[in-house]
Design a protein around this ligand. Structure first.
Ligand code: AMP
Length: 191
């Protein structure tokens, strides 16, 4: 199967959950920039302190910082066998930086899996989780950031990378199966 995959979708689409499953099954390095930032914040590193306020507001950390983090992560040995990006790239500049850094190492992004979920459903889910920082206002703000800054990444990648669109509603297992079918279809298309 194709080895370098991007899991793409709005906040609350379940991309983190699906990314963990797909990465485990196919032995891909799961690269979640959200997890990396949360770990840094929990450990109180310089990076963690630097990004805390931004993350808590639901805004985006700078492109340079994120590209540096991802570059370092992808240089680790486990990523050589294939990786699954989750939460990165989130801006057009990050996408361009990623393509450049992969190109420099003769690597490529093979497939984008787009988890499709409507805004109202995303807000409903986030409120149901009941986290105290998940007020309707912050949730809507994260969605606005996604639509304005992150969704344009798809247009940047279109024509360069295969994009598989998967409805992100229904049972978690069902959605995993849909993703697996996209991966299978990609495989047979590749020959
Ligand atoms: P996530 O768990 O992917 O939703 O990420 C949680 C938060 O971390 C986001 O709301 C952003 O503040 C920050 N973050 C994660 N990934 C990125 C990225 N690629 N670029 C900028 N900020 C990010």
């Amino acid at each position: 199967m194709r080895r370098n995959i991007l899991m793409f979708g709005p906040p609350g689409s379940g991309k983190g959950t699906q990314a963990v499953r797909i990465a485990e099954r196919h032995e891909l390095a799961h690269v979640s920039t959200g997890d990396m930032l949360r770990e840094a914040m929990a450990a109180g590193t310089d990076l963690g302190l630097q990004v805390k306020a931004i993350v808590e507001r639901g805004d985006l950390v700078t492109d340079d910082l994120m590209l540096g983090l991802v570059k370092e992560r992808l240089a680790q040995p486990d990523a050589a066998q294939g990786f699954l990006l989750d939460g990165f790239p989130r801006t057009v500049a990050q996408a361009e930086g990623l393509m450049e850094l992969l190109g420099a190492e003769n690597k490529a992004l093979d497939l984008v899996i787009l988890l499709d979920v409507a805004d109202d459903e995303l807000v409903k889910r986030a409120l149901a989780r009941g986290r105290t920082d998940d007020t309707e206002e912050t949730i809507r703000h994260r969605l606005d950031v996604y639509r304005q800054q992150t969704e344009p990444v798809l247009a940047t990648l279109d024509g360069k990378v295969e994009i598989g669109r998967v409805p992100g509603i229904g049972a978690i297992d069902e959605i995993t199966q849909r993703i697996e079918r996209v991966l299978d279809a990609e495989d047979s298309a590749q020959g």
